[in-house]
Design a protein around this ligand. Sequence first.
Ligand code: NAP
Length: 323
Amino acid sequence: MDEDSISKKDIYDVIIIGGGPAGLTAGIYTTRARLSTILIEKLAIGGQVSITDRIENYPGFLGGVSGPELVHNIEEQAKSFGMRTLSGVVTRIDLSDEGNIKRVFVDDEPEPYRCLSIIIAAGNEQKRLGVPGEKEFTGKGVSYCATCDGAFFRDLDIAVVGGGDVALEEAVFLTRFARKIYIIHRRDRLRATKILQERVFSNNKIELILDSVVDEIFGQTAVDGVKVRNLKTGEGKRLEVKGVFVFIGWTPSLSFVGDIVKRSEDGYVMVDREMRTSREGIFACGDCCKKNLRQIVTACGDGATAAYSAQHYAERIKGEEYV
Ligand code: NAP
């Protein structure tokens, strides 16, 4: 559907903010409920999954499925039921007037999009290390995406920072290209799922550097290495690597939300079991919510629940609720 046909004059039943698996699944459900729905995404549709090489634990795909293929299919599925997408950065939500109508501002446009209900599915942003050299060498050896940049490091030595699922999965993926990979992790054991740990332990291209942090990324015009410090002994050393992949977790990307809904101390949206936020008519789903398990399958489940709640809310406002 052409973006130009998304009018600011209409009042949409639902605006979904974020086009990862949670938002897209919400779109499948709201459009099948015949709610007028637009989904706004600031980057590429698919979010984090679209840069994930292989997903092994999404049910129904024996042997796994590629991330881009999975999200492409979910997007097409939602569009086939009538979901429309808009590319832009949501900057603000305004609840101040027009009764139940909520206003969503995009980019620097003065005129907002209007709707009855909002589903926040904005996902997370990758955390930065915050050490000298990281910013300077981003795109010159420092990367946050193995699928995008792995092939630049053919037969070179590289470092992966982090001990979670993403760090280990991507380290194994990077062994297709790199000669040697150091995984640098700040604790004496890894956080990642055991099956991923087994793959790392049995891969002779990977060397673990535990109890250690990166103090600096150095180089001339591009990365030449990292300074690593052992937290137990205080001993420092330099590793000569041409690439540094940083996978140290995520923080919610919710600057547009401010304090209009209740958030946890670490910034996630607080939701109940029906994915309702503290504000009537605003729902949230996926990785931006406070919860323990952040997986594609849980994001999709959240998306379906948020859509169901939004449906009942919008139908109640319109006097159409089936009770
Ligand atoms: P994560 O599970 O939060 O792990 C982040 C890792 O980075 C942790 O080991 C953490 O150390 C380390 N870390 C955090 N801040 C650091 C810092 N400032 N300096 C050095 N190290 C730091 O994040 P993730 O690996 O990105 O995974 C995110 C979520 O996606 C998880 O819920 C994960 O299960 C899910 N996921 C699942 C799959 C899958 O199941 N196939 C694939 C990808 C992602 P500590 O351990 O000391 O905290």
